[in-house]
Design a protein around this ligand. Structure first.
Ligand code: UN1
Length: 512
C-alpha cells in the first residue's frame, strides 16, 4: 500500500470517493454494465496503475443520450431557482469532498496538491456563482414602436449539452459548463479525457447523490470512451443542440466541421500560446514571480500557461538571469509533497512531445538557456525549460503542452505587441508595466488580440467570475462567468398586442 505524506493511502482516497478497482465508465441515471475496452488510469508520478474503468460503447452512448433527452424534458419544467438549489447542494458536497477530490486530481493528473485543491475550489466557486445566476437569467424588455404593444426577450432551456473536457483541468472545466447548464435547465453528457477517468467518476458519483437527494431527473450523465464510441456520435447527434469542447485546435476543427454541417452550436476552448510583455519600467519582482507561476505551474499544462515572454532590452539581461537561477531551484517531485512546485507531465506521450519540440527548437536556431531534459526518476518528469528564441522560429507559433518558455527581446512596445499577436492562437495575455499609457496601449482595440488581457498579473489562474475563452484558433467560445450562460439557453423574442387594433411594424398598410 502506497502511503502519501502520512495522510491517507491511495486506496483510502479512492474508496472515500466510491471508486473501485474496476468501474463502469458510463452513467445514465444509473451506472451501465459497460462492455467497452478497459482504460487503466496511471499515476504519472510513479507510472503505476491506480484503477481501471470500462469505457462506454456506442450502445451505451445511445442509452446515455436517450436518458439525457428525457431528463431535459422534465428538468426544464423545474423553476430556475429550484434548479439553483440543487447546484447549491452540489457545491456543499464538493466542499465536503474537497480534500479527497484534490488529492485524486493530484494522483491521477499530476498537478501539485495546492493546485489540485485549487481546482476543486474553482468548481465550488463556479457552483456558487451558478446558484446566483439561477435567479438572474434576465431578458431585456423593449419599447414597441406600435401602440398598445409590449416586447421582451426570454431565455429558455436549450437541451442536452455535450461537454468534452481535457485532462489538464479534469473537473473544473466540467463545473464551468455543468453548473451553468444545470441552472439554465439543460441536461448534459460529459465526455472527459480518457487520461483522467477516475476524477470524472468521482465527480459524477457526487452529482448522482445530490440528484437522488432532490428527486431530480438524471441531468448529469457520463460517457468515458473514445471518439468512435462517444465523441463522434455525440457531435453528430441532432438531439444535442450544443457541444462545449476543450482541447486541441485539431480536435476543435473536426468538431466544428461536424457541427457546422448540422448547424449545431459550439463553445470551443482550444489551444493557447500566451505571452507576457515586460517593459523596462515594470516592477521586476512582481513580473518575475508571475512568470514563474504562469510558465512552470501545472508543469506548463494549462491552456493559459505562459509560453512566450517578451522582454524590453533594458531589463532583459536581469530578468533572464533571475529566471535561469529560479528554474534551477524549482523543486520537482511528488506532487502530493507540499514542498514540490512541479509534478510530472501527464504521460509518456507528453514527455516525447516536449522532447520533439525541443529538437525542433534547436534545429530552428533556438538556444536552450536552462533545462531541456527528462528527469531521471520513475514517472513522467521533465525539467522546466527556458529558450532564447526569435520571432522567426515557427515552433514558437505552436502550442506544446509542456513547460517550455520562449524568451524574446524587443525595443518598442508596438513591436512586442505585433509579434505577440502574430501567432494563430488568442487565449490569454499580460503586460507588466508601471506606465499607465503602456498598460492602456496593451488593452486598446489595437493592443492584445486575446480573449484575456491582464496588467501586472500573469496569463493563468483566471477567476471564474469573468467569461473565459479566446479568439482566433482558440475557438471564440466563452465559458464560466459573466453572461456566458446565454450560450446554454435559447432566446425568444416575444411581442404582445394588448390593444384591439392590428398596426403593422415599419408603417406597412395591409387592409382588405
Ligand atoms: C485550462 O487550462 O483549460 O485560468 C483552464 C486558469 C484556470 C483555468 C484553466 N482557471 O488557468
Amino acid at each position: 500500500m502506497t502511503t502519501i505524506q502520512n495522510e491517507s493511502s491511495v486506496e483510502e482516497i479512492l474508496a472515500s470517493l466510491g471508486i473501485e478497482q474496476d468501474n463502469p465508465g458510463a452513467f445514465a441515471g444509473t451506472w451501465l454494465e459497460t462492455k467497452g475496452e478497459p482504460i487503466v488510469s496511471i499515476n504519472p508520478t510513479t507510472g503505476e496503475p491506480l484503477a481501471s474503468v470500462r469505457s462506454a460503447t456506442a450502445d451505451d452512448y445511445e442509452k446515455i443520450a436517450a436518458t439525457s433527452v428525457e431528463a431535459f424534458e422534465a428538468w426544464r419544467r423545474w423553476p430556475a431557482p429550484r434548479r439553483g438549489e440543487v447546484v447549491r447542494q452540489l457545491a456543499m458536497e464538493l466542499r465536503n469532498h474537497k480534500e479527497a477530490l484534490g488529492r485524486l486530481i493530484t494522483l491521477e493528473m499530476g498537478k501539485i496538491l495546492s493546485e489540485g485543491l485549487g481546482e476543486v475550489q474553482e468548481m465550488i466557486d463556479m457552483a456558487d456563482l451558478a446558484v446566483g445566476m439561477s435567479r438572474q437569467l434576465y431578458g431585456l424588455s423593449m419599447h414597441s414602436e406600435r401602440p398598445e404593444h409590449r416586447m421582451y426577450e426570454q431565455w429558455h432551456p436549450l437541451g442536452p449539452v455535450g461537454i468534452i473536457t481535457a485532462f489538464n483541468f479534469p473537473v473544473a472545466v466540467w463545473a464551468w459548463n455543468s453548473t451553468v447548464a444545470a441552472v439554465c435547465g439543460d441536461s448534459m453528457i460529459w465526455k472527459p479525457s480518457a487520461k483522467i477517468p477516475l476524477c470524472a467518476l468521482a465527480v459524477t458519483k457526487i452529482a448522482e447523490r445530490v440528484l437522488a437527494a432532490n428527486d431530480a431527473p438524471p441531468i448529469f450523465n457520463l460517457a468515458i470512451g473514445d471518439r468512435h464510441a462517444v465523441g463522434q456520435p455525440m457531435t453528430a447527434d441532432p438531439r444535442i443542440p450544443l457541444i462545449s469542447a476543450t482541447g486541441s485546435v485539431t480536435m476543435g476543427k473536426s468538431i466544428g466541421k461536424v457541427l457546422a454541417d448540422r448547424l449545431g452550436r459550439a463553445i470551443l476552448e482550444l489551444g493557447g500560446n500566451n505571452g507576457i510583455v515586460v517593459t523596462d519600467d515594470a516592477d521586476l519582482d512582481l513580473a518575475f514571480r508571475a512568470v514563474l507561476f504562469a510558465a512552470v505551474g501545472t508543469a506548463g499544462q494549462r491552456c493559459t500557461t505562459t509560453r512566450r515572454l517578451f522582454l524590453q532590452k533594458g531589463i532583459a539581461r536581469e530578468m533572464k538571469r533571475r529566471l535561469v537561477a529560479a528554474y534551477g531551484s524549482i523543486r520537482i517531485g511528488d506532487p502530493l509533497d507540499p514542498d514540490t512546485l512541479m509534478g510530472p507531465l501527464v504521460d509518456g506521450g507528453a514527455v516525447d512531445d516536449m522532447m520533439a519540440a525541443l529538437d525542433t527548437v534547436r534545429e530552428q536556431g533556438g538556444q536552450v538557456l536552462y533545462g531541456g531534459h527528462r528527469v531521471d526518476r520513475p514517472g513522467y518528469f521533465v525539467e522546466p525549460t527556458l529558450v532564447e528564441a526569435t520571432p522567426h522560429m515557427p515552433i514558437t507559433c505552436e502550442e506544446t503542452f509542456a513547460p517550455i518558455l520562449y524568451i524574446f527581446e524587443f525595443e518598442e512596445l508596438d513591436e512586442a505587441i505585433e509579434v505577440h499577436n502574430s501567432v494563430p492562437q488568442g487565449l490569454s495575455s499580460a503586460i507588466f508595466t508601471t506606465n499607465v499609457l503602456s498598460a492602456e496601449r496593451f488593452l486598446s482595440p489595437w493592443g492584445s488580440d486575446c480573449g484575456i488581457a491582464n496588467v501586472n498579473i500573469g496569463t493563468s489562474g483566471a477567476e471564474i467570475g469573468g467569461a473565459f475563452g479566446g479568439e482566433k484558433e482558440t475557438g471564440g467560445g466563452r465559458e464560466a462567468g459573466s453572461d456566458s450562460w446565454k450560450a446554454y439557453m435559447r432566446r425568444q423574442t416575444c411581442t404582445i398586442n394588448y390593444g384591439s387594433e392590428l398596426p403593422l411594424a415599419q408603417g406597412v398598410e395591409f387592409d382588405i
